[in-house]
Ligand binder design. Structure first.
Ligand code: ATP
Ligand code: MG
Length: 853
C-alpha cells in the first residue's frame, strides 16, 4: 500500500489499516470500543475509496448519527480530499440523506418533490385536530387518548415499517385489554397519514419511510451509490437498517462501525440485533476489531471498563491504551448540588490557571443525565464568569415551560406586565387566538389600562369594549380565575413552590405539557427543578432576614441612613412614596454584576416609583401617586448609584426590611437576574465550556470531563425499572466516562431536591459496585494539580500533531509560564443553608430570636 500517496494511512495502526484498505466489495463490520478510532477509520476509508479505488465522491454515502458529527466528518475530509471533492460526498444523517433523494425523485412514488417537512409542532396540531374531530363525530367523548401518546405510538410503528393496516391487524390479534386503544390508534394513524399527504408534508419518520419506499420502487435512483458507510451502527433502528440495505444493493459496498457497549437509544427503537442481521444479509461480512484506544488515559479506561463489565450478558471485548495510567479518576461526594456545581466551576478555573494556556474553556465538558440538572451548573458557571454553551438545548431559564411558569408568577406579582400576559393568556390553549389577543391589547391601550386589568373587568361583567367578540368572555374565564387565585395566594405570602403548584393545578399545565410535548418527561423534570429552585431561593431570603453574620458576605446597616435616602427620593420626585426594600446583598459582587446594575441605571428613566441601587443593596421606593397616568404603578423610575451612601448599618436595615418583600417578588428578582446572559453574540467563537446531555455527547471527546449527579435515581434514572433498561443506563454512564481524554471527575450529592422535596441520595449502584469490588479505582482525592498537568502535557506531546515542533514549543512555553501551585486551596463553598441540618439550625435560631423578642 502506497503510504506516500495516502499520507493519512501512516498514522493508522495495523487493524485500522486493514479496515481502511479492505477491498470495497467486502462488507465490513468494525466493532470496537470507544476512542479506538472507528470514526477515524470510517473517514479515512471514504478518502481511500476515492483516491485508491476511484470512487467518485457523489458515489459515496456516509451516514452519521447527528448533524454535528457529519459536519466534523466533512471538515476532516476537506483536509484529506480537498474542499471540492468533500463537498460532493453524500454526507449526513439518515434523515438528511433521504430528504436529499426525495427532493430529487419523490415523483417516482407519486409524491410531489416540493413537500414540506412537518416539525413536531405541526404534527401535534394535526393530531389534536383529529382527536377533537373524533370526539365530536363519533361520540367518543370518554376517550382519553392524547396527541403526544398517539404520535409516539405512530413513530414507533414507522420505525419498524408498520403501516396503519398492519397496526389494525396487530390490534385485532392482541387479546390484551388495551386492544381497543390500539385499534383506535391504528385508525388515527391512517387519518394522520391522509392529512399529511393532503397538506403535502412529511414528518420526520416519513423521511425514512418514504425514502425506503422510493429506493425499493425505483432502485435505479441508487445506481450511482457505490458504497455506504454508517457510523454508530449500534443505534440504528429497523427502518434505517433497511435503508442501508437499499444503498448497498446496487454495488454491495458497505462498511459499518459500532460498539454494542455504547448502544443507548433502545428507548427510541434502536435495534442492537442489526449487527447480527447484517452478517446474515451480507454473506462474507468481515468483522474487524480495533483494540487500541487513542483517546483516554489508562485510569479512565479501567474505571469505565469496571462499569460496563458489570453487565454479565455483554460480549467481552478488549481495549487497551498506550497512554499512561496518568491522573486517577476522581469520585467526589458533596452535600448539595450547589456545592457540587461550585466545585466544578472552581476545578475548571484551577486546571486552566495552572495549565498556563494548554487548556482553555473549550477543553471542558459537563455531561448530564437529564436536562434539568443544568440549572445549578449554569448558575455556578455564571457566578464565576465561565463562558459556557448548552449543546442541543436551551439554557434553563430560556426553556419554554420555565418561561411559561415565570410569566404566570410575574402576572401575579405585577398584573401590568404585558409581555407575561401575552405569553400565557392562551397557554395552555384556551381558544384565544392571536387575533383576539391583539384585539385585547388594542382595546386595553385605548382605555389606558393593562390587558390583564381589562380581562378582569370583562370577567367582572363590564361591557365589552368595541372590537372584541362576545365569545372572549367565556374563554378568558379560566385564565383570569387562575391569575386571581395566584395573586391572592401570593398576597397571603404563600411559598413560591406552592404558587407554582397552584398554577399547574389551576391551568392544567401538567396535562398540557404531557399532551402537547413529545419530550414531556424532560420538561416535567425542568418544572420540578423550578420548584426546587424556588425552595432554595426562599431559604436564601430567610437567611437574609434572619440577619446572618458578617463572614457570610453580608453587612449590617443603619435605619437612619435608609430613611434619609427615602426622604430625598420623595422630595426629588415630588410624589408620595412607600418603601419596599430589596435585598441584594452580596458583598463580593463580581465585576459582571456591577456592570449589570450600571446598565440598568441607564435603561430605566421615568416612572412612578424609585429604586436606589448600590453595590451592596437595592432599595425600591414605590409611589402611590394616582395623578401620574404615564407611570405604571409599582415600577421603578430611576436607579442611581449611591454606593458612597451605603454604610454597613444601612444594609442591615435593608436586611430587616427585606422581610417585607413578598417571597414572590424576591423569587422573581432572583430568577430574572439569573437569566442575564453575559457577553452576548459577539463572543461566539470564543472557547466555551460545553454543557450537554450524555445522549448528545456520543462520539465526541474532551480533555476534561465532569459527570455530576452520579446517584441512584440518575444513573440509573428513576424512570428505569426493568433489567434491560438498567443495562442501557449503565452503558450510558460508560459512554459519558469514555468521552474523557485526560481528566475525569464524577461526583454525587447526599441531598438533591426534586420538585421541592429534598431527597437523601446515595452514589449510583454502578460506582457503588466498583467501590466494593475494586476499591481505590475511583479516587476520592483531588489530583495533585502539578503532577496532573505535567502528565496532561506529556500525553499531549505524545499525540500526533500536524506541526509537532511548533506544538511542543507552544506547550513548553505555557508550562514554564504556569503559576505556582501553592496558591491553590480547595474551595469551601458556603452553602450550609441548603443543607438540611443547617436549615434546622436556622429554624432554631429564628425561634430563639422570636422568643427573645
Ligand atoms: P467513539 O466510540 O466514542 O465514537 P471512536 O472509536 O469513533 O470513538 P475516534 O473518535 O475515531 O474513536 O477516535 C478517538 C480519538 O483517537 C480521536 O481523537 C482520533 O483522532 C484519535 N485516533 C484514532 N486513531 C488514531 C491513530 N491511529 N493514531 C493517533 N490518534 C488516533
Ligand atoms: Mg465515533
Amino acid at each position: 500500500i502506497d503510504k506516500v500517496k495516502h499520507p493519512y494511512l501512516t498514522s493508522l495502526n495495523a487493524a485500522q489499516l486493514k479496515a481502511v484498505t479492505a477491498a470495497p466489495e467486502i462488507p465490513l463490520q468494525i466493532l470496537a470500543g470507544p476512542g479506538s478510532g472507528k470514526t477515524r477509520v470510517l473517514t479515512s476509508r471514504v478518502a481511500y475509496l476515492v483516491q485508491r479505488h476511484d470512487h467518485r465522491p457523489h458515489e459515496i454515502v456516509a451516514v452519521t448519527f447527528t448533524n454535528k458529527a457529519s459536519k466534523e466528518m466533512k471538515k476532516r475530509l476537506q483536509v484529506l480530499l480537498g474542499e471540492k471533492q468533500a463537498d460532493s460526498l453524500v454526507l449526513g444523517t439518515f434523515h438528511a440523506t433521504c430528504a436529499k433523494y426525495l427532493r430529487r425523485y419523490a415523483q417516482l412514488i407519486d409524491l410531489p418533490n416540493n413537500f414540506v417537512i412537518a416539525d413536531a409542532e405541526d404534527c401535534k396540531k394535526i393530531m389534536s385536530t383529529l382527536l377533537k374531530l373524533r370526539k365530536e363525530t363519533l361520540d367518543e367523548s370518554r376517550m382519553t387518548l392524547k396527541e403526544g401518546a398517539v404520535l409516539s405510538e405512530i413513530s414507533k410503528a414507522k420505525a419498524k415499517e408498520e403501516s396503519p393496516d398492519q397496526m389494525a391487524i396487530r390490534a385485532a390479534q392482541d387479546p390484551s385489554s388495551s386492544t381497543s386503544t390500539l385499534a383506535i390508534i391504528a385508525e388515527l394513524y391512517a387519518e394522520y397519514e391522509a392529512t399529511l399527504r393532503e397538506s403535502n408534508s412529511l414528518d420526520f419518520d416519513d423521511l425514512l419511510v418514504f425514502g425506503l419506499r422510493l429506493f425499493r420502487t425505483a432502485p435505479r435512483v441508487l445506481e450511482s451509490c457505490k458504497h455506504i458507510l454508517v457510523d454508530e451502527f449500534q443505534d440504528t433502528n429497523i427502518t434505517q437498517y433497511e435503508l442501508m440495505k437499499c444503498f448497498a444493493k446496487a454495488h454491495g459496498g458497505v462498511s459499518v462501525v459500532g460498539d454494542p457497549d455504547q448502544s443507548i437509544y433502545g428507548w427510541r427503537s434502536a435495534e442492537i440485533e442489526n449487527l447480527n442481521k447484517m452478517a446474515d444479509d451480507f454473506p462474507g461480512t468481515q468483522a474487524i476489531y480495533l483494540e487500541k484506544n487513542y483517546r483516554s488515559t489508562g485510569s479512565i479506561l479501567s474505571a469505565a471498563h469496571a462499569i460496563v463489565s458489570q453487565d454479565r450478558g455483554r460480549i467481552q471485548k478488549s481495549l487497551f491504551t498506550s497512554h499512561p495510567k496518568s491522573t486517577p479518576v476522581t469520585l467526589k461526594v458533596f452535600s448539595t448540588p450547589v456545592i457540587e456545581a461550585s466545585f466544578i466551576a472552581w476545578e475548571i478555573k484551577r486546571l486552566i490557571a495552572y495549565s498556563g494556556g494548554t487548556l482553555n474553556y473549550g477543553d471542558f465538558a459537563i455531561l448530564l443525565r437529564y436536562n434539568a440538572l443544568s440549572r445549578v451548573i449554569e448558575s455556578a458557571l455564571q457566578k464565576d464568569s465561565i463562558p459556557n454553551r448548552i449543546v442541543g438545548g436551551h439554557k434553563f431559564f430560556e426553556r419554554m415551560e420555565i418561561k411559561d411558569l415565570l410569566a404566570y408568577l410575574q402576572l401575579a406579582d405585577n398584573p401590568d406586565f404585558t409581555p407575561a400576559f401575552v405569553r400565557v393568556v392562551n397557554t395552555p390553549k384556551r381558544s384565544i387566538g392571536d387575533k383576539s389577543v391583539s384585539d385585547l391589547l388594542n382595546a386595553a391601550k385605548s382605555m389606558k389600562i393593562s390587558p390583564m386589568e381589562l380581562s378582569e373587568r370583562i370577567i367582572d361583567g363590564e361591557p365589552l369594549p368595541a372590537g372584541l367578540k362576545a365569545g372572549i368572555k367565556k374563554n378568558l374565564g379560566t385564565f383570569v380565575g387562575a391569575v386571581r387565585k395566584l395573586r391572592r395566594a401570593a398576597e397571603k405570602g404563600s411559598s413560591v413552590a406552592d404558587l407554582i403548584r397552584l398554577i399547574i393545578e389551576k391551568t392544567g399545565y401538567e396535562e398540557y405539557l404531557r399532551t402537547s410535548q413529545p419530550d414531556f418527561d424532560s420538561r416535567w423534570e425542568n418544572v420540578q427543578e423550578l420548584i426546587s429552585y424556588s425552595v432554595i431561593v426562599a431559604e436564601e431570603q430567610t437567611r437574609i432576614s434572619v440577619g446572618d453574620s458578617l463572614d457570610d458576605g453580608f453587612i449590617p446597616a443603619n435605619s437612619a441612613a435608609v430613611e434619609a435616602i427615602v426622604n430625598r427620593a420623595q422630595a426629588e420626585h415630588q410624589v408620595k412614596t412607600e418603601a419596599r426594600l430589596h435585598p441584594l446583598f452580596r458583598r463580593q459582587s463580581s465585576s459582571s454584576e456591577t456592570s449589570r446594575s450600571r446598565s440598568r441605571s441607564t435603561s430605566v428613566s421615568k416612572g412612578k416609583s424609585k429604586t436606589i441601587n448600590g453595590n451592596d443593596g437595592v432599595i425600591e421606593i414605590l409611589s402611590s401617586d394616582e395623578e401620574d397616568i404615564d407611570a405604571k404603578p409599582k415600577r421603578p423610575v430611576e436607579i442611581r448609584q449611591i454606593k458612597e451612601e451605603i454604610t454597613a448599618e444601612m444594609v442591615d436595615d435593608l436586611t430587616k426590611a427585606s422581610e417585607n418583600m413578598t417571597p414572590l417578588a424576591f423569587f422573581l428578582q432572583t430568577s430574572m437576574l439569573s437569566t442575564d446572559t453575559e457577553g452576548g453574540e459577539d463572543d461566539k467563537d470564543k472557547p466555551k465550556v460545553t454543557i450537554t446531555t450524555v445522549h448528545a455527547a456520543k462520539g465526541l471527546e474532551w480533555p476534561v470531563v465532569f459527570i455530576p449527579a452520579v446517584e441512584q435515581g440518575t444513573y440509573p434514572s428513576y424512570r428505569c425499572t426493568e433489567a434491560h433498561e438498567i443495562a442501557e443506563e449503565r452503558r450510558l454512564l460508560y459512554v459519558a466516562m469514555t468521552r474523557a481524554q485526560n481528566f475525569l471527575t464524577m461526583s454525587y450529592c447526599q441531598f438533591r431536591m426534586m420538585g421541592g422535596e429534598e431527597n437523601d441520595k446515595e452514589a449510583s449502584e454502578f460506582v457503588g459496585m466498583v467501590n466494593r469490588h475494586q476499591p481505590g479505582l475511583l479516587s476520592t482525592n483531588l489530583p495533585d494539580i502539578d503532577l496532573a498537568v505535567r502528565r496532561y502535557v506529556s500525553t499531549m506531546l505524545a499525540r500526533p500533531h500536524p506541526n509537532e515542533d511548533e506544538a511542543k514549543d507552544m506547550i513548553m512555553k505555557h508550562v514554564r509560564a504556569a503559576p505556582p501551585i501553592s496558591t491553590w486551596d480547595a474551595p469551601e463553598p458556603r452553602d450550609k443553608y441548603s443543607n438540611r441540618f443547617a436549615r434546622r439550625e436556622v429554624t432554631k435560631a429564628t425561634r430563639a430570636a422570636e422568643y427573645w423578642a
